[in-house]
Each structure stands twice: as C-alpha cells, then as structure tokens.
Design a protein around this ligand. Sequence first.
Ligand code: SAH
Length: 345
Amino acid sequence: MSEREDIRSFTYDKLRERIAALSQKSFRADQVFDWLHVKKVDDFDQMTNLSKELRDKLASEYEIYEVKAVSTLKSSDGTRKYIHRLHDGNVIETVLLRYEYGNSVCISSQVGCRMGCRFCASTVDGLVRDLTAGEMAAQIYSVEADIGERVGHVVVMGSGEPLDNFDNFTDFIELITDKRGACIGARNITASTCGLVPKIRDLADRRYQITLALSLHATTDEKRKTIMPVANKYALSEIISACRYYFDTTGRRITLEYSLISGVNDGEEDIRLLAGIAKSLGAHVNLIPINPIEERQYRATSRNDAVLLKNKLEKNDINVTIRREMGRDIQASCGQLRRKYIKSQ
Ligand code: SAH
C-alpha cells in the first residue's frame, strides 16, 4: 500500500490547509479541487494551470489513487457493471443504472465487508480494507468518463458497510456534494446500512440531506440474528429508535430494504410486523427478491408472491416498491461479479 495520501480524498477545507502548508496561495487549492472534482483528471501533469514546480511538489507529497475499469459488462437495458482495479491491485464492483430521471451509480465503500450477512457475497471472505473517500468518488468519475455523461444520483449499496468506514464515507459525501466540485445533490444520494446504531446517530447529527436506507430483512431479533450477525450487537428496538432520530433530525424519510428469502422472511406474520415497523417510522419499503449466491442455499420469493406481499403492505397504507431487476443478462451483483473476476485471474 502506498505511503502517500490520496489527495482526491481531501475535502475542500482540508485541501486548503494542505496547500497552505506548501506555502501556496489559497486560490491554488481551488484550482486543484477543480481539476480533481470538476475536470476529474487522474494525473498531476494534467493540471496545466499549475506550474511544473507545484505539480512536481504535489506529486512528491501526494498520490491520486487509481480506480481503473478493467472489465465492463453492458446489459441490453443500459445497465453497466464495472470491475474497478485499485492502486494496490484490489478490485471492487461499481454499477451504472439508467433511469428515466437520469444516471445512477451504485458504489462500493469497502473492499469486502466484515458484517457477515448470510445471503451476501461481499462478506464471504471478510473485510480486506476500507476505501478512501477519493476511491469512492472516483468510481463515479470513471463511469462518467466511460459513458460521456454526468451522473446525478448515487447509491452506496455496493460492497461494504459505509458506516463501518464512517470518516471516509462522510468525507465522500462532503466531497461529491460540494458546489465547487462534483455538485451532486444530497437528496439524490442514498446510503444503505445494516444498522450500526451509534453511527446512524452520528450520521443524523451531520444533518446531510441524504436518504438513509436500513437493511431490515427480518422483523424480530431472533430471526434477524439467523441471517445478519450484526443483530447480535444491536436490537431492533435500538435500530428503530436510531432511525426515528435520523428522521427527526434530518427530516428525511427512512427507506427499509427487505430482501425476500423464500420460506425465511416472507410469511404472513413477517409482513404484518414489517407493516408495523414501516408505519411507525413513516418509512418507504423496498422489497428485493433475493439474488441467490453460490455460497449459500437461500432462494428468492417468486415475483408473483412479491407482488402479493406488496399489495398487502399497500393495504396498510405503506409506500412500497419492488426493486426492478436490472442488468439480469449480465450477471448478478451484490459482490458476485467481483468474486467471479478474482477466481478467473
Ligand atoms: N452494508 C450495507 C450496504 C451494502 S449491501 C447494508 O447492509 O445495507 C446493499 C443491500 O443489498 C443491502 O440491503 C443488502 O442486505 C442487500 N443484499 C446483499 N446481498 C444480497 C443478495 N444476495 N440479494 C439481495 N439483496 C442483497
């Protein structure tokens, strides 16, 4: 791993401090920030309005960590799935989704994950390392360069638990929402967590206008523990009260993600309890028929049954969507593409 810090990870204020420490005028920080987050270059030598001397100085102190697309799968529905290689040789997954309202990118926040959810491929080999804020942002920039279009929506739902990489994740949010930089609207960003209670509260206190999605997946502690080890650490009652705090503090409604696993969490009682939790939080529910992974035996609830469950929730006045499956013809996601890529090398 490189000794030098990733300059692309610095928030505007931090970059200003670092540029000042090099005895440079403050407008130089604006120029460097613009090169990194508006023009989105990945080499100091491309920063042509800086003197050669300053470029060399920056290059000797810092690095722009590489995030390079080494494999791209294109679906007939416009979805693209990328394997990005990092400067230390690790690889991560990034997904582009094209909606009527624009381009959305699903980024990874860590290489691997240590949360251990039983149905998830990203966690099978545990956590390898955290991503820097710059590596999170560069996934978006790399997709923009590939399609030649702007990305206006971001979901942090790739590999990793963003709240387990809290400082880098919050720097990332500050970076990409910065009006002097990529300027992505906070309301167009959704971050998903398996429910790290103290961090949900810390995030609420930042008062960003991002949407928080909670990976609920089970409505009792007992059942949740069987599929999500993190449930041994935090009780549902604590998680729900942290989500209520998030809503009260930010005014942003919570989304509840509920991956439907046949015979595990898709019964009458599960849905009745799910309706109760959603109602108590005023939350939107996103039903996701599970994407079966090689390493585990779980099967997805059928599309028809998912629609029936959606109707039941709607009868209880719950706002609910079934996640549209995109890019089906080009591989499942949720960390499976990365595992396949690594095995093939
Ligand atoms: N660590 C975060 C974000 C990454 S996972 C979290 O837990 O929320 C993004 C979402 O995909 C989560 O809701 C996660 O539970 C879900 N997920 C993971 N593997 C899945 C699979 N095989 N099928 C369906 N959803 C899955």
